[in-house]
Design a protein around this ligand. Structure first.
Ligand SMILES: Cc1ncc(COP(=O)(O)O)c(C=O)c1O
Length: 390
C-alpha cells in the first residue's frame, strides 16, 4: 500500500511576495527568446563589431567543433586544454600587448579568477563603485579587505591605498557598463605605482573598440604589458564569441593556473568558442578600421540623441546610455521601441548603482547611416514624457 505523505507547505511562498514587490516597482525581468533571424534592428546586443555572424567567425567555430569536438571534455588542467586554447592565448596576449594570457569559460569567470587569486586574506582590494557585478563578486569571494571608492575618483583611490600597509590591488572596469564612460586609467595607474599596488582592469568593453586597431583601453593608455598591470576581458562582445581571458606577466598567469578556483574547477572553454574568438581576432587584425567605425557610430548616435533633447552620457566606447524618467517608463520605452522594430537594452535597479533607469543602445561597426537615423527616430518617437528637455 502506498503511503501518502502530507502535502508540504509551499516552501517557496516567500517568492510570491518578492515577485509582487518586483511587479509594483517595475523591476520584473523576463526572458525573450530571439528568433534565428529577427526583423528587429539590433542596438541591444554587445556584438560591437558585428562579428558573431560573420562567415569567418562562424567557420572558425564550426571547424574547431569538427576538429576538437563539441565540448572541452574536462577542466583545463585535466583534458580541457587543446592546442587551440594555447594558440588563442598566444595570439590574444600578442594582440593586446601582454606577455601571457589565460582563457576561461567567461569574462565573469576571468574576473573571479583574477581578483580572488591576486586578492586573498591580508590584501586590500580597492574597487571602483561603478564596477561590473563580476568584479564585485570576485571581491566578495576573495576574502580580502575590500574598499569601494567613489566612481572614477583617483584621489580616493590614492588615499585608500595610502592607509594600508602590505599587498594591495585596484580593480576597475576600463569602460563602465551603465554609462559607457571610461575609467581614469592613467591616474589610477599612477596611484597604484606610487603605492606599490597592482592594477587589474576589466577591458570587456574596450577590446575591439579602443586603442590602435581595437587593442583595448590599456593599449590606448600605454599600460599594456606594464609591470603590475593585469587585464581581464570577455570574448563575447567585440569578438562575437563566448569566453573570457586574463592577461598579464607570465608568472601571474602561472599563479592563476595554480590557484584560481574559477579556472581550476571549471570545464575549459568549448573549442567552438575558442575557434570563433581566434577567427574574429585574426579578422580584426586584418580589418582594424572596424574599431574606429564603432566609435564613430557611438558618437553619431550620441550626437543625434542629445541634439533632440534626450539626456545621454557621452560614450567613451560603444555603449550609449539614455536616461529614462523611471524604471517602469524605461521598460515601457524599450517595449515601444521593440514594437516599432528596434531592439534596445534597458537598465534598471539593481543593475544601476545610482538608481536611475536607462535605455542602453550599443553601437555596432556594421550599422549603416540609414539604420542609425532609423534607430534615433524610433527612440525619439517612443520617448516617454519627461525623457526630453523640450
Ligand atoms: C564589464 C564586464 N565585465 C565582465 C562581463 C562578463 O563577461 P561574460 O559575459 O563573458 O561573462 C561583462 C558582461 O557581460 C561586462 O560588461
Amino acid at each position: 500500500m502506498t503511503q501518502h505523505t502530507p502535502q508540504p507547505e509551499d516552501v517557496f511562498a516567500w517568492i510570491d511576495a518578492a515577485e509582487r514587490a518586483r511587479e509594483q516597482a517595475g523591476l520584473v525581468r523576463t526572458l525573450r527568446p530571439r528568433p534565428a533571424s529577427s526583423p528587429l534592428l539590433d542596438l541591444a546586443s554587445n556584438d560591437y563589431l558585428g562579428l558573431s555572424r560573420h562567415p569567418e567567425t562562424v567557420r572558425g567555430a564550426c571547424a574547431a567543433a569538427e576538429r576538437w569536438g563539441a565540448g572541452a571534455t574536462g577542466s583545463r588542467l585535466v583534458t580541457g586544454t587543446t592546442e587551440l586554447h594555447t594558440e588563442l592565448e598566444r595570439e590574444l596576449a600578442d594582440f593586446a600587448g601582454f606577455e601571457a594570457a589565460l582563457v576561461l569559460s567567461s569574462g565573469y569567470a576571468a574576473n573571479l579568477a583574477a581578483v580572488t587569486a591576486l586578492g586573498g586574506r591580508g590584501t586590500l582590494v580597492v574597487s571602483d563603485a561603478g564596477n561590473h557585478a563580476s568584479i564585485v563578486d570576485g571581491c566578495r569571494l576573495s576574502r580580502a579587505e575590500v574598499a569601494v571608492t567613489p566612481h572614477g575618483d583617483p584621489e580616493s583611490v590614492r588615499k585608500t591605498l595610502a592607509g594600508h600597509a602590505g599587498r594591495a590591488l585596484l580593480v576597475t572596469d576600463s569602460v563602465f557598463s551603465v554609462d559607457g564612460d571610461a575609467a581614469p586609467l592613467a591616474a589610477y595607474a599612477e596611484a597604484c605605482r606610487d603605492a606599490g599596488a597592482a592594477l587589474v582592469v576589466d577591458d570587456a568593453h574596450g577590446l575591439g573598440v579602443l586603442g590602435e586597431g581595437g587593442r583595448g583601453a590599456l593599449h590606448a593608455a600605454g599600460l599594456a604589458g606594464a609591470p603590475g598591470v593585469i587585464a581581464t576581458m570577455t570574448l563575447s562582445k567585440s569578438l562575437g564569441s563566448q569566453g573570457g581571458a586574463v592577461l598579464g606577466p607570465a608568472k601571474v598567469i602561472r599563479h592563476l593556473v595554480n590557484t584560481a578556483r574559477a579556472f581550476i574547477f571549471d570545464t575549459g572553454l568549448a573549442p567552438a568558442a575558442a575557434g570563433a574568438a581566434l577567427a574574429s581576432l585574426r579578422l580584426l587584425r586584418r580589418e582594424p578600421e572596424r574599431a574606429a567605425r564603432v566609435r564613430e557610430v557611438a558618437a553619431d548616435l550620441y550626437g543625434r540623441l542629445t541634439a533632440s533633447g534626450l539626456t545621454a552620457a557621452r560614450p567613451d566606447a560603444a555603449v550609449v546610455s539614455v536616461r529614462a524618467p523611471s524604471a517602469s517608463a524605461a521598460l515601457r520605452w524599450a517595449a515601444d521601441c521593440r514594437e516599432a522594430g528596434l531592439s534596445v537594452g534597458c537598465f534598471r535597479p539593481p543593475s544601476v548603482p545610482d538608481g536611475i533607469s536607462r535605455l542602453r543602445l550599443t553601437a555596432r561597426a556594421d550599422l549603416t547611416g540609414d539604420e542609425i537615423v532609423r534607430a534615433v527616430g524610433t527612440v525619439l518617437r517612443t520617448a516617454p514624457a519627461g525623457a526630453t528637455d523640450r
